[in-house]
Design a protein around this ligand. Structure first.
Ligand code: AMP
Ligand code: MG
Length: 403
């Protein structure tokens, strides 16, 4: 049987292939906090011209000394362009950001000057250095230069930079659309008193909430009976989404029809059954679509804790290939009390993780198995026990995944 990591890798490979088609161009105003999905190149030099960084006088710096009087030829404000050339004995009044006039080799700031005899002559009170108060063209950016790489998170400064290089729209890794379909003859809606043999649909709302937690709007397809025609009709609708998440019907029971119906509809199975607890019957496949596009199909086992764990371990992992920030890092915590891990299946166990000053301490909850949603609801993490039956000692490090 596949290990969790092998199964995750298989699904990740399919998602990466699909990823290229899940990119969307969005207006700059909607990109804050999102992951850039393309390489962005500058279409300009920045600054676009040699410019003054102060308000003052553009001069020919060489040979000029403090106390000299110069004739003012014209005034250049930001947004305007100079029409004349600076020569020895002349100056052009220039404002911050304005293009440097031809011939000028330095700018004397206005605070170090004084007008003499009206508006047309200026005396300078410093001996200017060549190049002073000038920023040269393309000092910060050169046309054709890469300014942002794919994979960076867009923050306000980067959004400003995108605007500077003329990108009113950029490709971002946007969340896929996710359809959720619950299956089972025994499932009745939340506002119903279950009759004999019936249970309420807890997976539907839970899985849709998990999808919402990832920032996506789930497409709810309701509940399908364990009947091939009804299943096929609803699955067909679900295959229009980027991801289809099913609950139930993937185990070995006589009415576990989901893998068969998926196969009939042309969904290619990638794996079925993974060595983990809870969630062993999980099914994953790919539905090829036009333009090399695809739907990724996750058949989660119907038991609520299995469904939850499989969503966390597989669906979230797959989405994380598109939006890495959605996958929480596991961390290490110390077991509060000894735990005897039975059987050889790697297990995710509902638990409470608490931090003290130096360590994280994890206390396992009295979990009754894959149908025990109440205990999962009391938990704030899943503690992971790798395969092989053995005693985990109190104080031993285990990996936990915070919920
Ligand atoms: P299945 O995977 O369809 O064999 O279902 C396994 C177990 O999970 C059965 O006991 C089902 O009653 C239960 N189950 C299936 N679907 C749901 C659901 N939507 N909500 C709560 N329990 C479910
Ligand atoms: Mg079922």
């Amino acid at each position: 049987m596949l290990s969790v990591t092998e199964a995750q890798e298989l699904s990740a490979a399919e998602v990466r292939e699909a990823n290229r088609f899940l990119l969307r161009s969005v207006p700059l105003g909607e990109t804050l906090g999102r992951t850039l999905a393309e390489v962005v190149v500058s279409d300009i030099d920045s600054p676009p011209h040699d410019k003054s960084i102060v308000d003052g006088y553009a001069v020919l710096a060489e040979g000029l000394s403090a106390g000299t009087e110069l004739a003012i030829l014209e005034e250049v404000t930001a947004g305007a362009v100079p029409t004349q050339q600076v020569t020895a004995g002349t100056a052009i009044r220039i404002m911050t950001g304005a293009p440097l006039p031809a011939g000028a080799t330095g700018v004397v700031m206005v605070e170090k000057t004084e007008l003499v005899g009206g508006e047309n002559r200026v005396r300078i009170h410093e001996t200017p250095r060549s190049g002073q108060n000038i920023v040269r063209r393309a000092t910060s950016l050169r046309r054709g230069e890469t300014v942002l790489h794919a994979g960076v998170r867009l923050n306000p400064a980067r959004i400003g930079l995108l605007a500077e290089v003329g990108r009113g729209e950029v490709k971002i890794a946007s969340l896929p659309t996710v359809a959720v379909l619950t299956t089972g003859n025994e499932i009745v809606p939340v506002d119903t008193i279950p009759g004999p043999g019936q249970i309420r649909n807890s997976n539907g709302p839970m899985l849709e909430a998990l999808v919402q937690q990832l920032g996506a709007q789930p497409i709810s397809l309701g509940v399908a009976r364990d009947e091939p025609g009804e299943l096929a009709a609803l699955i067909r609708r679900g295959l229009q989404a980027d991801f289809l998440v099913l609950s139930g019907g993937v185990s070995a029971g006589v009415l576990d029809l989901v893998p068969g119906v998926l196969a009939e509809l042309g969904v290619r199975q990638v794996f079925h059954k993974v060595n983990l607890k809870p969630g062993k019957p999980i099914w994953f496949g790919v539905f090829p679509k036009e333009h090399n596009n695809r739907t990724l199909v996750f058949g989660l086992p119907g038991n609520p804790v299995s469904s939850f764990v499989c969503f966390e371990v597989f669906v979230r992992y797959a989405l994380g290939c598109i939006r890495p920030e959605l996958v929480p890092q596991s961390k290490l915590a110390l077991l509060a009390v000894e735990h005897y891990h039975r059987g050889d299946r790697p297990t995710y166990w509902p638990a409470i993780c608490e931090e003290d000053k130096t360590d994280a301490l994890v206390t396992l909850l009295p979990w009754k198995g894959s149908g025990d949603l109440k205990t999962l609801a009391d938990a704030n993490c899943l503690a992971f026990f790798p395969g092989k039956e053995r005693v985990f000692q109190a104080g031993e490090e285990v990996s936990v995944r915070l919920l």
